[in-house]
Design a binder for this molecule. Structure first.
Ligand SMILES: NC(=O)c1ccc[n+]([C@@H]2O[C@H](COP(=O)([O-])OP(=O)(O)OC[C@H]3O[C@@H](n4cnc5c(N)ncnc54)[C@H](OP(=O)(O)O)[C@@H]3O)[C@@H](O)[C@H]2O)c1
Length: 335
């Protein structure tokens, strides 16, 4: 069968500053099962993620730039609507990287079949997917999280951050959470039971504020934002503290390189470990994460929220809203 696929494409590269809606376009093309083992998928949920901002420039990064005029890529969940493969049948639910489009055709090897445990399918884009996995690997493999420590988390009301907060609480840690609006602060305190949550936009002196919330300092800082927050956290780390560099969203739309860290002396004197990581390197580490996360979800120890934007045509706005902090929990697009 031949179908029409609608997809979002970038019209031009966006080297600096915040993207705007006019830099994206909705296009369409015909698709059909042309080769053996081809499968046609109807997407149900498409993820928009901060790392995509880096792919909207021509600069070399850990993933190649999006191609101008071609369908953009990203994580998505869909179901099989036609198949020339014995491996996948109509109705099977699959995870893939063919996001930002409603339908597509690919060889079955590019699709991962999922069997949801009593959770909505889109949970495989959130706590059971890429962002949950990032939180888990960042805390345990990179941050060497230990029980009963003091953990600081930035962008704590987002998908990765809210998962980090809850895993750290499960480990008996004291959790201090930073986020950009009061609704997220209330959610973190009342639903996710962090020890302290605050709105960084309302804080005059971040270093003093971090000191007031944990005078003894922090064992682990899970950094989703970089920039000034990272510098403030370095001032308040304990000796031998660990900083996990997960993201740098405060710098992503920068129009100039900005200043470097001014307090490297603290890194030396406190013997800090600062380590970056990319979840794409940890595909083989998925099983432990999936087992633990399924158990936490089943035991109701893990909660999550989704901010749902309806319609493929609104995916670019969803992405811009994500960068503006308008999401609580995972930002996803419903197709
Ligand atoms: N290393 C990896 O492999 C990997 C994998 C996945 C994600 N990440 C990174 O993890 C971080 C979180 O990702 P996510 O998918 O869970 O996104 P998210 O936290 O759900 O959404 C992004 C959030 O960033 C915050 N933000 C935007 N501009 C900011 C600024 N100038 N200063 C401080 N915060 C700002 C906003 O929340 P507020 O309301 O709090 O401002 C916004 O909601 C991102 O930096 C992302 O790049 C890394």
């Amino acid at each position: 069968m031949t179908e029409l696929s609608r997809y979002i494409a970038l019209k031009e590269y966006i080297p600096l500053g915040k993207p705007n809606i006019s830099q994206f376009e909705l296009k369409e093309k015909k698709i059909s099962l042309d080769n053996d083992d081809d499968v046609m998928i109807q997407n149900q949920w498409v993820s928009v993620d901060p790392y995509m901002r880096a792919r909207m420039t021509e600069r070399k990064n850990y993933k190649p730039p999006f191609e101008i005029g071609k369908p953009m890529e990203g994580s998505c969940i869909g179901h099989v609507i036609d198949s020339k493969s014995k491996e996948l049948q109509k109705g099977d639910i699959v995870l893939s990287e063919y996001g930002w489009r409603d339908k597509f055709v690919t060889n079955y090897i590019n699709l991962k079949k999922i069997n949801p445990i009593n959770v909505p399918n889109q949970t495989y884009l959130g706590p059971l997917g890429f962002t949950g996995h990032t939180a888990y690997i960042g805390l345990f493999r990179i941050g060497k999280l230990k029980k009963n420590q003091t953990v600081l988390v930035s962008s704590a009301g987002g998908s990765v951050g809210s998962t980090v907060c809850q895993i750290a609480k499960i480990m008996g840690c004291k959790v201090i959470a930073s986020t950009g609006n009061d609704e997220k602060v209330e959610w973190l305190k009342n639903e996710l039971s962090v020890d302290h949550a605050f709105n960084y936009n309302k804080v005059d002196n971040l270093v003093l504020h971090l000191k007031s919330l944990s005078p003894e300092g922090y064992d682990l800082y899970f950094d989703n934002v970089g920039g000034e927050f990272l510098e403030a956290a370095i001032f308040r780390m304990k000796n031998y503290g660990r900083i996990v560099i997960c993201g740098r969203i405060s710098q992503m739309n920068a129009t100039s390189p900005g200043e470097g860290l001014k307090n490297m002396a603290h890194v030396l004197v406190k013997r800090l470990t600062i380590k970056g990581f990319l979840i794409f390197d940890h595909g083989d580490d998925y099983e432990d994460f999936e087992n633990d996360m399924k158990q936490w979800i089943t035991n109701k120890q893990m909660k999550w929220r989704e901010t749902v934007v309806e319609g493929l045509e609104n995916a670019p706005q969803a992405f811009i809203d994500l960068l503006d902090g308008k999401n609580i929990g995972k930002m996803i697009v419903k197709i």
